[in-house]
Write a protein that binds this ligand. Structure first.
Ligand SMILES: O=C(O)C1=C[C@@H](OP(=O)(O)O)[C@@H](O)[C@H](O)C1
Ligand SMILES: C=C(OP(=O)(O)O)C(=O)O
Length: 426
């Protein structure tokens, strides 16, 4: 990659949120009636979710950023004749298991080689406790997995890891169980599932970190507009702050407080940034525009309950930190080891190749800035967020960066390179 440029300028519309796009398909499929979803993220992960629900018998029309789901209620889901392939998507496999656990039929779930290494017991354990029959490699830890659902009992479950995927899987099973399921969240994680239950006229409550959901609810179709994905915006927030001579506007960014850790970090680092929220109403996801320009940054410490609010942004925060003066310490982020790649290893290895002063720790990394980055040959290892972070690095590196496996970026941001091209001042 060799982007010759004189800074970044102009505005881009951030594509739809991946977490919310997945959930819009799932709830549209189990609701009754026609759900129209606008600004849907047509990235590979969300396309895998559509393909799975079509195999479960749901009629779904899809064109560009619009999806129409003809839901007939959860009881209308049918035993799939084929294997359900989730591709690269952890969110798809973990959430769909919550739905399948309460369905009286058999399904088989597979994914790509990355999914085959990601832990599933965190979801399989509580779902089996509720009554689902789930089997897989190494006692259900890894795909391929088979799920035979049926009648479920409610449980009270304390999450051992702060994971919105685990919470959401148990909520989706709890919606089909006898009685009230309670989930105790040690740290707050993204609440898109809870907001979507309200949007589809259902009920769920959160009392000081205890989420309660009543079984036997039915949902009514609705129309949704998916906000832009702050996890995608993060790459351009970083670019705007570290590429010299830059001033850019990111339109339509989701500003759900369970996701805005990256904004807090940028502010603490000293970024010149302003946020203009749109008017919101009720349970809809808050959204707004973000203005950012080239900034002098300083290192920060990121730990504890800040981590779930920016877990997917840590690769790009590592790059930001190489351009900040002083030390950035990221800790309590062991979860990075079980994402599409071990993101502690992939971030540290690839940034080191470009001359960054960065060291891995057991639960995060330590970065010492400010360092100028060189060119070199680097790899995404099939991880979209690593690919995008390294592409942004090429905007500030002294030499060319050659990136292997850039295709992975289409998992969450198919228009990523078009957006870079649009913002570059040539
Ligand atoms: O619920 C979701 O949509 C997601 C939750 C997070 O995973 P965990 O639940 O494993 O923390 C996040 O990393 C993932 O990209 C999307
Ligand atoms: C971890 C991610 O997604 P998933 O778990 O859905 O594969 C991600 O998008 O960074």
């Amino acid at each position: 990659m060799n982007f010759t440029h004189n800074g970044l300028s102009g505005e881009i519309h951030i594509p739809g949120d991946k977490s919310i796009s997945h959930r819009s398909i799932m709830f549209g499929s189990i609701a009754k009636g026609k759900t129209v979803v606008k600004n849907f993220l047509a990235g590979e992960d969300c396309l895998s979710t559509i393909a799975c629900f079509r195999k479960l018998g749901v009629k779904i029309e899809h064109e560009d950023q619009t999806v129409i789901i003809h839901g007939e209620g959860i009881d209308a889901l049918k035993e799939p004749e084929e294997v359900l392939d989730v591709g690269n998507s952890g969110t798809t496999i973990r959430l769909i298991m919550g739905i399948l656990s309460g369905r009286p039929f058999h399904s088989v779930l597979i994914g790509d080689s990355s999914i085959g290494k990601r832990p599933m017991t965190r979801v399989v354990g509580p779902l089996k406790e509720m009554g689902a029959k789930i089997e897989g490699r190494q006692s259900g830890e890894f795909t391929p997995l088979s799920v035979t659902g049926g009648e479920l009992e409610s449980i009270t479950y304390t999450l051992p890891v702060a994971s919105a995927q685990v919470k959401s899987a148990i909520i989706l099973a709890g919606l089909q169980a006898k009685g009230t399921t309670k989930i105790i969240e040690p740290e707050k994680t993204r609440d898109h599932t809870e907001r979507m239950i309200h949007a589809f006229s259902g009920n769920v409550s959160n009392d000081n970190g205890t989420i309660s959901v009543e079984g036997g609810q039915s949902f009514t179709a609705t129309n949704l507009i998916v906000p832009g994905d702050i996890s995608s915006a993060a790459f351009f927030l970083a670019a705007g702050a570290i590429v010299p001579n830059s001033k850019i506007v990111l339109k339509n960014v989701g500003l759900n407080p369970t996701r805005t850790g990256i904004i807090d970090v940028l502010k603490e680092m000293g970024a010149k940034m302003t946020i203009e929220p749109y008017e919101s109403n009720g349970h809809e996801e808050p959204t707004g525009d973000i203005f950012i320009e080239t900034s002098e940054l300083k290192g920060v410490t990121i730990d504890g309950d800040k981590i779930p609010r920016l877990i997917d942004e840590i690769p790009i925060i590592a790059l930001l930190s190489t351009q900040a003066t002083g030390k950035t310490i990221i800790k309590d982020a062991q979860e990075l080891k079980v994402k599409e790649t071990n993101r502690i290893d992939t971030v540290v290895n690839e940034l080191k190749k470009l001359g960054a002063n960065i060291e891995a720790t057991d639960d995060g990394m330590i970065i010492e800035g400010q360092t100028s980055l060189s060119g070199g040959t680097v790899e995404s290892y099939g991880d979209h967020r690593i690919g995008m972070m390294l592409s942004i690095a090429s905007l500030i590196s002294d030499g060319d960066i050659e990136l292997y496996q850039p295709d992975a970026i289409a998992v969450s941001y198919p228009s990523f390179f078009d957006h870079i091209d649009h913002l570059l001042v040539k």
